[in-house]
Design a protein. Structure first.
Length: 246
Protein backbone atom coordinates (compact mmCIF):
# COMPACT_ATOMS: atom_id res chain seq x y z
CA UNK A 1 0.00 0.00 0.00
CA UNK A 2 1.36 3.38 -0.97
CA UNK A 3 1.88 5.68 2.01
CA UNK A 4 1.04 9.28 1.20
CA UNK A 5 2.80 12.27 2.71
CA UNK A 6 -0.33 13.03 4.72
CA UNK A 7 -0.49 9.47 6.10
CA UNK A 8 3.18 9.48 7.00
CA UNK A 9 2.81 12.81 8.71
CA UNK A 10 -0.15 11.52 10.69
CA UNK A 11 1.75 8.44 11.82
CA UNK A 12 4.69 10.52 12.97
CA UNK A 13 2.66 13.17 14.72
CA UNK A 14 0.49 10.53 16.35
CA UNK A 15 3.63 9.08 17.88
CA UNK A 16 6.40 11.17 19.40
CA UNK A 17 4.87 14.57 18.67
CA UNK A 18 1.51 13.75 20.24
CA UNK A 19 3.17 12.59 23.43
CA UNK A 20 5.32 15.69 23.59
CA UNK A 21 2.71 18.29 22.81
CA UNK A 22 -0.10 16.63 24.75
CA UNK A 23 2.10 16.75 27.80
CA UNK A 24 3.53 20.21 27.29
CA UNK A 25 1.40 22.43 25.09
CA UNK A 26 -1.29 23.25 27.62
CA UNK A 27 0.86 23.79 30.73
CA UNK A 28 3.64 25.47 28.79
CA UNK A 29 1.82 27.44 26.15
CA UNK A 30 3.22 30.84 26.93
CA UNK A 31 1.55 30.71 30.32
CA UNK A 32 -1.56 32.24 28.78
CA UNK A 33 -4.12 29.97 30.40
CA UNK A 34 -6.91 31.69 32.31
CA UNK A 35 -6.61 31.05 36.01
CA UNK A 36 -9.43 31.26 38.49
CA UNK A 37 -10.53 34.81 39.17
CA UNK A 38 -8.75 38.10 39.54
CA UNK A 39 -7.45 38.63 36.02
CA UNK A 40 -9.56 41.75 35.51
CA UNK A 41 -8.38 43.24 38.81
CA UNK A 42 -6.63 46.59 38.31
CA UNK A 43 -3.14 46.41 39.82
CA UNK A 44 -1.88 49.85 38.74
CA UNK A 45 -3.20 53.10 37.34
CA UNK A 46 -0.75 54.35 34.73
CA UNK A 47 -0.76 57.35 32.42
CA UNK A 48 -1.54 54.90 29.61
CA UNK A 49 -4.65 53.58 31.34
CA UNK A 50 -5.39 51.04 34.07
CA UNK A 51 -3.27 47.91 34.12
CA UNK A 52 -4.95 44.63 35.06
CA UNK A 53 -3.42 41.33 36.10
CA UNK A 54 -4.29 39.97 32.66
CA UNK A 55 -2.51 42.90 31.00
CA UNK A 56 0.61 42.35 33.08
CA UNK A 57 0.61 38.61 32.41
CA UNK A 58 0.26 39.22 28.70
CA UNK A 59 3.34 41.45 28.55
CA UNK A 60 5.33 38.95 30.61
CA UNK A 61 4.28 36.01 28.47
CA UNK A 62 5.03 37.71 25.17
CA UNK A 63 8.58 38.19 26.42
CA UNK A 64 8.66 34.57 27.65
CA UNK A 65 7.48 33.30 24.27
CA UNK A 66 10.49 34.81 22.57
CA UNK A 67 12.84 33.10 25.00
CA UNK A 68 12.00 29.71 23.48
CA UNK A 69 10.59 30.53 20.05
CA UNK A 70 13.59 32.66 19.10
CA UNK A 71 16.03 29.72 19.61
CA UNK A 72 13.73 27.48 17.58
CA UNK A 73 13.78 30.05 14.81
CA UNK A 74 17.57 30.09 14.84
CA UNK A 75 17.62 26.29 14.65
CA UNK A 76 15.22 26.35 11.70
CA UNK A 77 17.42 28.83 9.86
CA UNK A 78 20.50 26.67 10.43
CA UNK A 79 19.08 23.15 10.17
CA UNK A 80 15.90 23.38 8.11
CA UNK A 81 16.01 21.10 5.07
CA UNK A 82 13.90 23.27 2.75
CA UNK A 83 13.90 26.94 1.76
CA UNK A 84 10.40 27.27 3.26
CA UNK A 85 11.64 25.93 6.59
CA UNK A 86 14.54 28.36 6.66
CA UNK A 87 12.14 31.19 5.78
CA UNK A 88 9.90 30.21 8.70
CA UNK A 89 12.94 30.38 10.95
CA UNK A 90 13.75 33.89 9.76
CA UNK A 91 10.22 35.05 10.50
CA UNK A 92 10.31 33.53 14.00
CA UNK A 93 13.62 35.22 14.79
CA UNK A 94 12.68 38.64 13.46
CA UNK A 95 9.13 38.59 14.80
CA UNK A 96 10.19 37.76 18.34
CA UNK A 97 13.12 40.16 18.30
CA UNK A 98 10.68 42.96 17.45
CA UNK A 99 8.11 41.86 20.03
CA UNK A 100 10.87 41.63 22.59
CA UNK A 101 11.96 45.18 21.84
CA UNK A 102 8.40 46.39 22.42
CA UNK A 103 8.09 44.46 25.68
CA UNK A 104 11.35 45.90 26.97
CA UNK A 105 10.27 49.39 26.00
CA UNK A 106 6.84 49.33 27.64
CA UNK A 107 7.61 47.22 30.72
CA UNK A 108 9.37 50.04 32.65
CA UNK A 109 6.51 52.41 31.79
CA UNK A 110 4.05 49.95 33.32
CA UNK A 111 6.19 48.81 36.25
CA UNK A 112 6.43 45.24 34.92
CA UNK A 113 9.38 42.94 35.60
CA UNK A 114 10.18 40.73 32.62
CA UNK A 115 11.54 37.16 32.78
CA UNK A 116 15.02 36.40 31.48
CA UNK A 117 14.69 32.63 31.12
CA UNK A 118 12.14 30.36 29.51
CA UNK A 119 10.18 28.04 31.80
CA UNK A 120 11.25 24.37 32.14
CA UNK A 121 8.32 23.34 29.95
CA UNK A 122 9.27 25.86 27.28
CA UNK A 123 12.87 24.67 27.42
CA UNK A 124 11.52 21.16 26.87
CA UNK A 125 9.98 22.28 23.58
CA UNK A 126 13.40 23.47 22.44
CA UNK A 127 15.08 20.27 23.65
CA UNK A 128 12.51 18.09 21.88
CA UNK A 129 13.15 19.78 18.54
CA UNK A 130 16.89 19.91 19.15
CA UNK A 131 16.95 16.14 19.57
CA UNK A 132 15.84 15.53 15.97
CA UNK A 133 17.50 15.82 12.58
CA UNK A 134 16.63 16.11 8.91
CA UNK A 135 12.99 15.84 7.87
CA UNK A 136 11.99 14.81 11.39
CA UNK A 137 13.47 18.06 12.68
CA UNK A 138 11.37 20.05 10.21
CA UNK A 139 8.15 18.18 10.97
CA UNK A 140 8.56 18.27 14.74
CA UNK A 141 9.41 21.97 14.83
CA UNK A 142 6.63 22.99 12.45
CA UNK A 143 3.87 21.10 14.23
CA UNK A 144 4.88 22.12 17.75
CA UNK A 145 5.05 25.74 16.67
CA UNK A 146 1.79 25.58 14.72
CA UNK A 147 -0.04 24.12 17.72
CA UNK A 148 1.27 26.72 20.16
CA UNK A 149 0.65 29.63 17.81
CA UNK A 150 -2.88 28.43 17.20
CA UNK A 151 -3.49 28.29 20.94
CA UNK A 152 -2.21 31.79 21.66
CA UNK A 153 -4.27 33.45 18.92
CA UNK A 154 -7.54 33.62 20.93
CA UNK A 155 -5.68 34.86 24.02
CA UNK A 156 -4.26 37.81 22.08
CA UNK A 157 -7.71 38.67 20.76
CA UNK A 158 -9.16 38.58 24.27
CA UNK A 159 -6.52 40.98 25.60
CA UNK A 160 -6.94 43.31 22.62
CA UNK A 161 -10.70 43.38 23.04
CA UNK A 162 -10.69 44.05 26.77
CA UNK A 163 -7.61 45.99 27.82
CA UNK A 164 -7.99 49.67 28.68
CA UNK A 165 -4.25 50.28 28.55
CA UNK A 166 -2.96 51.85 25.34
CA UNK A 167 0.52 50.31 25.57
CA UNK A 168 -0.92 46.83 26.05
CA UNK A 169 -3.22 47.41 23.07
CA UNK A 170 -0.18 48.36 20.99
CA UNK A 171 1.61 45.15 22.00
CA UNK A 172 -1.50 43.07 21.30
CA UNK A 173 -1.80 44.56 17.80
CA UNK A 174 1.83 43.73 17.10
CA UNK A 175 1.53 40.24 18.61
CA UNK A 176 -1.57 39.53 16.53
CA UNK A 177 0.27 40.47 13.32
CA UNK A 178 3.32 38.46 14.31
CA UNK A 179 1.45 35.31 15.27
CA UNK A 180 -0.61 35.40 12.07
CA UNK A 181 2.59 35.83 10.08
CA UNK A 182 4.20 32.89 11.87
CA UNK A 183 1.16 30.68 11.35
CA UNK A 184 1.21 31.52 7.65
CA UNK A 185 4.90 30.77 7.08
CA UNK A 186 4.65 27.55 9.09
CA UNK A 187 1.76 26.42 6.91
CA UNK A 188 3.74 27.41 3.82
CA UNK A 189 6.24 24.64 4.63
CA UNK A 190 3.60 22.06 3.70
CA UNK A 191 4.40 20.06 6.83
CA UNK A 192 1.48 21.03 9.08
CA UNK A 193 -0.70 18.06 10.00
CA UNK A 194 -3.97 19.96 10.34
CA UNK A 195 -6.01 17.09 11.77
CA UNK A 196 -3.54 16.57 14.58
CA UNK A 197 -2.96 20.30 15.11
CA UNK A 198 -6.68 20.94 15.48
CA UNK A 199 -7.02 18.05 17.90
CA UNK A 200 -4.11 19.23 20.05
CA UNK A 201 -5.47 22.78 20.17
CA UNK A 202 -8.78 21.63 21.62
CA UNK A 203 -8.15 18.36 23.47
CA UNK A 204 -7.85 18.25 27.27
CA UNK A 205 -4.25 18.27 28.49
CA UNK A 206 -2.42 15.08 29.34
CA UNK A 207 0.33 15.52 31.89
CA UNK A 208 3.59 13.59 31.49
CA UNK A 209 4.66 10.92 33.94
CA UNK A 210 8.29 11.82 33.46
CA UNK A 211 10.49 14.26 31.59
CA UNK A 212 13.93 13.37 30.32
CA UNK A 213 14.99 15.67 27.48
CA UNK A 214 17.88 14.51 25.37
CA UNK A 215 19.53 17.88 25.60
CA UNK A 216 18.61 21.03 27.42
CA UNK A 217 19.48 24.43 26.10
CA UNK A 218 18.72 27.46 28.16
CA UNK A 219 17.95 30.46 25.97
CA UNK A 220 20.17 33.37 26.99
CA UNK A 221 19.08 36.45 28.82
CA UNK A 222 19.09 40.03 27.57
CA UNK A 223 17.45 41.64 24.59
CA UNK A 224 16.64 39.24 21.76
CA UNK A 225 17.23 42.05 19.29
CA UNK A 226 20.88 42.06 20.35
CA UNK A 227 21.18 38.56 18.94
CA UNK A 228 19.10 39.02 15.78
CA UNK A 229 21.23 38.33 12.67
CA UNK A 230 20.38 41.56 10.84
CA UNK A 231 17.47 40.17 8.84
CA UNK A 232 14.91 42.37 7.08
CA UNK A 233 11.64 40.45 7.13
CA UNK A 234 8.07 41.75 6.85
CA UNK A 235 6.11 40.36 9.80
CA UNK A 236 2.91 42.33 9.29
CA UNK A 237 -0.31 40.38 8.84
CA UNK A 238 -0.03 38.43 5.55
CA UNK A 239 -2.78 37.34 3.23
CA UNK A 240 -2.57 33.53 3.03
CA UNK A 241 -2.30 32.14 -0.49
CA UNK A 242 -4.94 29.52 -1.29
CA UNK A 243 -3.43 26.10 -2.04
CA UNK A 244 -4.84 22.87 -3.40
CA UNK A 245 -5.28 20.18 -0.78
CA UNK A 246 -2.89 17.31 -1.45
Amino acid sequence: MRITRTTAGTVFVSGALVLTVSALAYPAMLGMQTTAGGKDRVIANTRFGPLTEADRDFVVKVRAAGLWEYPLGMMAMERGTTPEMKEAGEHLVVGHARLDATCRRIAPELGITLPNQASPQQQQFVSTVDGTTGRQFDTTAVNIMRITHGQIFPAIANIRANTKNSLVRQLADQANDTVLDHITVLEKTGMVNFDQVNFQQTAPPGLPTSSSPRRRRRPGTGALADRAPGLEVNTSSPTPTPTTAG
